[in-house]
Design a protein around this ligand. Structure first.
Ligand code: ASP
Length: 356
């Protein structure tokens, strides 16, 4: 049967499709992955994480529905998560074996392939904003340590005392890790509050959460631009200026005009597999040959996380977003704090492996 569409109908159809495309936006968020299981989680704690993830969607989604830029949405959501002590980024960051917080972050603009990153910064309140400033103002892609902080001061970014980042549970979790490594206990940072008792179970959870809690966001705005960003304190009791995948463009963060990825997990594996860029590459390869695209992001994410990462013995996960607004996640840990929302999809929030 041949269906003829009149000229007017065709025009209306085209206009409707165009309008749909115009209005399309999406956001996907993670707050770290690891051994996050129901029986080690209190109701209160679970509600706090779900609430924070919901708030992250709200913050980003409002910017995107109003026609704002993906770059602004990603930065705004990560800034809020950096201030939330639940997450291992900004306030709430894990401690190094020397009792300091060394923060890493990166951001990438898929439309231009511009990118910025900071690694090992200790006093910048919002490392993600520093990463964006590196991208926009420095002429470089990655700045580290004291140099990154000198640049941030020139940019008038906000600095805080080290005690700002302090949380008791992260401190005690580092003390336990340092003890296991047989290293001397570092002194409590100046300005830190008096020690308080943390329920043993909470510390166990933290450690089995696998010191994760890194945050990441990928957003698609109504102009069809994709931006990805990631911010972290790294891994508990890290040593010698260790830097993970989060500030490494291609490993922990990547975006093109077709896809965006933010990762969380043991960075040493993600760097070696170039995880984020690899997923984007798989999506391009698959898109070229595939007749249908809807599952490309999910397939590519699974291929790299359940395949290459797992085969290498790495642990963690990713969030992925495609230009068509498809959001996906894949992780090989028991859980991952995650959430997504978009013009074409309802809000989804998940923690454990057996949720949607
Ligand atoms: N990927 C981060 C790192 O290795 C840690 C994490 O995601 O939890 O620094």
């Amino acid at each position: 049967m041949i269906i003829r569409i009149s000229g007017v109908c065709a025009l209306l159809l085209a206009a409707a499709t165009f309008a749909d495309d115009e209005a399309r936006w999406a956001i996907v968020v993670h707050g770290g992955a690891g051994v996050i299981e129901r029986d080690s989680m209190t109701e209160e704690r679970e509600a706090a994480y779900r609430g924070a993830l919901d708030q992250a969607l709200e913050t980003g989604g409002m910017i995107l529905t109003e026609g704002g830029e993906a770059m602004d949405a990603v930065e705004a959501v990560i800034r809020a998560m950096e201030d939330d002590p639940l997450f291992n980024a900004g306030r709430g960051a894990v401690f190094t074996s020397e009792g300091t917080n060394e923060l890493d972050a990166s951001i990438m603009d898929g439309a231009t392939l511009n990118a910025g990153a900071v690694a090992g910064v200790t006093g910048i309140r919002h490392p993600i904003t520093a990463a964006r400033a590196v991208m926009e103002e420095s002429g470089h892609v990655m700045l580290t340590g004291g140099g990154a902080e000198a640049f941030a001061r020139e940019q008038d970014l906000e600095f805080v005392d080290p005690a700002f980042f302090f949380t008791e549970r992260r401190w005690q979790s580092m003390e336990r890790a340092v003890g296991r490594l047989g290293l001397p206990l570092p002194p409590r940072p100046e300005g830190a509050p008096e020690p308080e008792e943390i329920q043993e179970g909470h510390l166990d959870l933290l450690e089995r959460e696998h010191r994760f809690g890194t945050v990441g966001v990928v957003a698609l705005d109504q102009n069809g631009n994709i931006v990805a960003g990631t911010s972290t304190g790294g891994t508990t009791a890290k040593r010698w200026g260790r830097v993970g995948d989060s500030p490494v463009i291609g490993a922990g963060t990547y975006a093109t005009d077709n896809c965006g990825v933010s990762a969380t997990g043991t960075g040493e594996y993600f760097i070696r597999l170039n995880v984020a860029a690899r997923i984007c590459h798989e999506m391009e390869v698959m898109d070229r040959g595939a007749e249908e695209r809807p599952f490309a992001a999910q397939d590519a994410a699974d291929m790299v996380i359940q395949g290459a990462l797992t085969d290498l013995g790495g642990d963690g996960g990713v969030i992925v977003l495609s230009i068509s607004g498809e959001t996906a996640w894949s992780f090989n840990t028991p859980g991952m704090y995650r959430a997504s929302w978009g013009s074409d999809q309802e809000r989804v929030i998940g923690i454990y492996g057996d949720e949607e």
